[in-house]
Design a protein around this ligand. Structure first.
Ligand SMILES: C[S@@+](CC[C@H](N)C(=O)[O-])C[C@H]1O[C@@H](n2cnc3c(N)ncnc32)[C@H](O)[C@@H]1O
Length: 255
């Protein structure tokens, strides 16, 4: 671990709690476990872009931008070079909490722009950001973030999807496949199958678009059941793209 737990907890406290006679709650401590794992990933991604003068990081479906603001102070500011963080979040109360926290941020070389918008809105995104991070992007937000990251030609994506709702497009495909295979309708059995197809479709969609993708557990499943991180880097390897496109067609039943 690159960042000490105490360092993360102190920063969470200063940015988001900052009230006398209060301390971190259990959920804040769980958040600090997640942040320790995720900031390691952000640090490694930023190191891969070491020669870039101004780094641009997007925190998408950001909530109050815990990831973006901690990355600004702990990862980007210590580089001593200019950097920008674009926060995209649609809930006004979370946008307000983020703006409030920015006043307590100690990252003078990093400018933070907060955009109150849906992640599906192309106007909310900067072009060619170095890194897009999305922690617990719920339901369809994960797919929209993949689509927009491809559209703006982001260099890298660190995506941690959250719950899978019925409006996730691959969930309908998964249900159809489950019926074709005669899978039982028992909820727990069906849910795992659907999740697996949704995960596979996202992975292959990224790979077919030229993104080398690795899927790893970024934190223990006891901290959060949604502990899988998609680490995708745009490399444009033609052979890899063709193989993924072929697999994707077969998954969708068109091959
Ligand atoms: C589970 S929270 C995660 C927040 C934050 N990334 C974190 O881990 O602390 C999901 C956030 O995504 C936001 N969100 C969901 N769908 C969105 C969309 N389509 N556009 C923008 N924000 C969205 C929600 O408002 C919420 O703040």
């Amino acid at each position: 671990m690159t960042f000490a737990r105490t360092q993360i907890e102190e920063l969470l406290y200063r940015l988001f709690i900052n009230a006398p006679a209060t301390s971190l709650r259990d959920e804040d401590r769980r958040k600090s476990d997640e942040m320790a794992g995720l900031l390691d990933e952000v640090e490694a991604a930023v190191a891969r872009r070491a020669r870039k003068d101004e780094l641009v990081l997007v925190d998408a479906a950001a909530g109050k931008a815990t990831v973006g603001l901690l990355a600004a102070e702990l990862v980007l500011a210590p580089r001593g070079r200019p950097a920008r963080v674009r926060v995209i979040e649609r809930e006004p109360a979370r946008v307000a909490a983020c703006r409030d926290a920015i006043a307590r941020l100690r990252a003078p070389s990093v400018s933070v722009e907060v955009v109150a918008a849906d992640v599906a809105d192309p106007a909310a995104w900067p072009s060619e950001p170095d890194l897009v991070v999305a922690l617990h992007a719920c339901g369809r937000a994960s797919d929209m973030i993949i689509d927009q990251s491809l559209a703006v030609r982001a260099r890298e994506l660190l995506l941690v999807p959250c719950c899978t709702s019925k409006d996730v497009s691959a969930a309908a495909l998964a249900d159809q496949r489950a019926e074709q295979l005669g899978m039982p309708r028992h909820a727990e059995v069906r849910r795992r199958f659907i999740q697996s197809i949704v995960d596979a479709e996202r992975t292959l969609r990224l790979e077919a678009a030229g993104w080398q993708t690795t899927v790893v557990g970024f934190v223990a499943p006891t901290v959060t059941p949604h502990n899988l991180l998609w680490r995708a880097e745009r490399v444009g390897e033609l052979g890899r793209m063709a193989e993924a496109a072929d697999r994707l067609a077969r998954l969708r039943g068109a091959g």
